[in-house]
Design a protein around this ligand. Structure first.
Ligand code: SAH
Length: 355
């Protein structure tokens, strides 16, 4: 199927040559008019994929508890920037704000900041959390103590891919010929220097990935926490330890889809390299905790007890729905093991619960 973005990218490639996977991914997701995140129904059962906050309110409630605990351990600062990267439909923030209402002094201290690239999603978020402030990146969020969350944000950041051919690393770029996009191998860009050196000896045919945006966002988060205090919680699917392999994937209507087809109409993501994120955070003076896996993390924080409470007041088939949602979020065959949780903290802060 040709899409408006397919035509735009085809013209660009025919005029100027193949583009990096990172350029292709960024355009497919974030093109202001035709990118994936500028569409309406992106998440949820009607959308192309479902995220943890959209599965159940319990997810946001538990994250809210974690954040309130961190605020206590920070010494209850009177101003706290609560920052979320890529808030999607705003559901996580709405749920965690509701759950933390009883925490005395917390809401008075909090100002909510959303880092969001999509104008369409900003509109949706405004309905859920009207008091939020929107930013393109962290640099415009005022200085001060911060708690930061990012659920399924890092997997949407554009990656570069390199492939070894005849003992030489080349960059995989997207070309257009015979009316279709395809991968070609071209001279490696300077981003190759960011790949893990211990993987450079991988055999011919291996693919390495690197996400420069993830590393620079992490550096900005760590610098903020080091200077102003606080903690960040990053939840996503990916590698504990980077490995060679092609993890670029697309989802459309809950099915895997070829990322090179139907540009702009499928969600494109890649595995998050948690070891690389933790290393950058450490080099900037923050302390990484984890990765934990999502199931044990949520269970340690009491999601099982919360599900029981909700089941007690549920009517009819509500009870089995709650148990299904709990299983979906925590079971190792569903989101429980695939999804990892990494915390980054200012060095003086007490270790976080759940790890
Ligand atoms: N956290 C939400 C949504 C995850 S989808 C949830 O769990 O349901 C990814 C989110 O990140 C979307 O809101 C998307 O618009 C946003 N996003 C993707 N790339 C971005 C970028 N480079 N800068 C800011 N926001 C981005």
């Amino acid at each position: 199927m040709t899409t408006p973005l397919h035509d735009i990218l085809a013209k660009r490639i025919l005029a100027a040559g193949p583009i990096t996977i990172a350029d292709y991914m960024a355009e497919c997701l974030l093109h202001p008019a035709h990118g994936y995140y500028s569409q309406e129904k992106v998440f949820g059962t009607e959308g192309d994929f479902i995220t943890a906050p959209e599965v159940s309110q319990m997810f946001g409630e538990i994250i809210g508890l974690w954040l309130a605990d961190r605020w206590y351990k920070m010494g209850k600062p009177e101003t706290l920037h609560l920052i979320e990267f890529g808030p999607g439909r705003g559901t996580l923030m709405e749920d965690l704000l509701r759950a933390t209402e009883p925490v005395e002094g917390f809401h008075q201290a909090v100002s909510v900041h959303f880092i969001e690239a999509s104008g369409q999603l900003r509109t949706v978020q405004k309905d859920k959390v009207p008091s939020a402030h929107w930013h393109d990146d962290l640099s415009s969020v005022p200085d001060g103590p911060s708690l930061i969350i990012a659920n399924e944000f890092f997997d949407a950041l554009p990656i570069h891919q390199f492939e070894k051919l005849d003992d030489k690393w080349l960059e995989r770029r997207v070309h257009f010929s015979d009316e279709a996009f395809s991968i070609v191998l071209t001279e490696a860009s300077a981003k190759f220097a960011l790949t893990m050196p211990n993987l450079h000896s991988s055999p011919n045919g291996s693919i390495l990935e690197v996400c420069p945006a993830a590393l620079s966002v992490t550096a900005a988060i760590a610098e903020r926490l080091f200077a102003g205090g606080g903690a960040a919680l990053i939840i996503d699917y990916g590698y504990r330890k980077s490995a060679a392999g092609d993890t670029l994937q697309a989802l459309k209507a809950h099915q895997y889809h070829n990322p090179l087809e139907d540009a702009g109409t499928a969600d494109i993501t890649a595995h998050v390299a948690f070891d690389q994120i933790a290393a950058v955070a450490k080099s900037k003076g923050t302390t990484p905790y984890g990765c934990a896996t999502q199931g044990p993390f949520l269970m340690a924080l009491g999601i099982g007890e919360r599900a029981q409470q909700l089941a007690l007041i549920a009517e009819d088939d509500g009870q089995s729905q709650i148990l299904n949602d709990l299983k979906r979020l925590t079971s190792p065959d569903e989101m429980g093991s695939l999804f990892k949780v990494l915390a980054l903290q200012a060095p003086e802060l007490a270790p976080p619960p759940g790890f």
